[in-house]
Design a protein around this ligand. Structure first.
Ligand SMILES: NC(=O)c1ccc[n+]([C@@H]2O[C@H](COP(=O)([O-])OP(=O)(O)OC[C@H]3O[C@@H](n4cnc5c(N)ncnc54)[C@H](OP(=O)(O)O)[C@@H]3O)[C@@H](O)[C@H]2O)c1
Length: 270
């Protein structure tokens, strides 16, 4: 069965999803990318992915099976109001931070099938860790369409709406924590006389290799123990992290992220 994905919003996240869907080479998928007037951006997406583009997305709602809201959270009110005049049972997916299902359900006709997906920046490389939830109103075909979109950008895990609000700190924000760690390590490596490029290679491959080991299913504690001889060099380094209460620091960073997200989410509802 053919599926037409209409993207409302044609920014970075929409591009990651368009790229992912296009690379699946599924002949039954058509894509329309829309925004609110940036024609230069649409031209760019057309050149890169040969997708149909529009600044008048409302006229493409009827022909679409899935509508992806890839606009900023604060643009949702305006977009949903407009969309509600044309929608007729199609699946609506928002990828915006803090939105939730209720916001979509409250602003669309009753029983519109809706889903909320939180991808992360690695979607760009087809390596997102996305978390998602959806309403009970999706039929089997729409669940499959949602899966196609999620699979096109990486891995995914179904969670409750409340869990998504909390776990976005881990899947969505923690990449920034990891990049901070990487940057500090690159600085440390550079201080031993190698170029920044060499330092970056060392650190990025080390993180990639460690991620592959983690993904193999071994626990981080077992992996840590495997490289730590009691009284040895790695143990001395770990001791410094322990003294600085590294675990507690990460907990606090996740908590602070969630507190700020809750404040921003509250502002979104007002
Ligand atoms: N980037 C990420 O890594 C990431 C990760 C997770 C979730 N997200 C979510 O994805 C959404 C989009 O993020 P992004 O990074 O792709 O943003 P972006 O690059 O700034 O793109 C935003 C897009 O939304 C369009 N837009 C804004 N208001 C609109 C309206 N009223 N009607 C139609 N189109 C409108 C813009 O069109 P114009 O150019 O015409 O203004 C632009 O194409 C956000 O809600 C964000 O929370 C992003």
């Amino acid at each position: 069965m053919s599926t037409t994905f209409l993207f409302i919003g044609a920014g970075r996240m929409a591009e990651s999803m368009i790229k992912g869907l296009q690379s699946s080479k599924d002949q039954n998928i058509s894509i329309i990318a829309g925004n609110q007037g940036n024609t230069e951006r649409l031209q760019q997406l057309f050149s890169l992915y040969a997708v149909e583009t529009t600044t008048d997305w409302i006229h493409h709602v009827r022909e679409s099976s899935v509508i992806v809201l890839a606009v900023p959270p604060d643009a949702h009110d305006a977009v949903l109001e407009k969309l509600s005049t044309a929608i007729d049972g199609q699946l609506v997916i928002s990828v915006a931070a803090g939105i939730g299902l209720k916001k979509l359900e409250d602003n669309l006709p009753s029983r519109t099938p809706v889903a909320w997906v939180m991808p992360n920046t690695a979607s760009e490389a087809g390596e997102s860790m996305s978390i998602y939830t959806h309403a009970e109103t999706l039929d089997a075909n729409q669940e499959q369409q949602l899966k196609i979109l999620l699979d096109s950008i990486g891995s995914s895990e179904k969670c409750t709406e409340e869990q998504i609000h909390k776990l976005t700190a881990v899947t969505g924000s923690a990449p920034a924590f990891l990049y901070e760690f990487a940057s500090a390590l690159i600085n440390a490596a550079s201080s031993y006389g190698i170029s920044e490029g060499q330092a970056r290679k060392l650190v990025s491959q080390m993180i990639y290799g460690s991620a592959v080991m983690l993904k193999s299913g071994l626990s981080p504690i077992d992996l840590r123990e495997a490289v730590t001889t009691p009284g040895g060099a790695t143990a001395a380094g770990l001791e410094i992290l322990k003294e600085a209460d590294f675990g507690q620091l990460i907990q606090k960073a996740v908590q602070a992220t969630n507190e700020r997200a809750a404040e921003l989410g509250k502002a979104l509802k007002e």
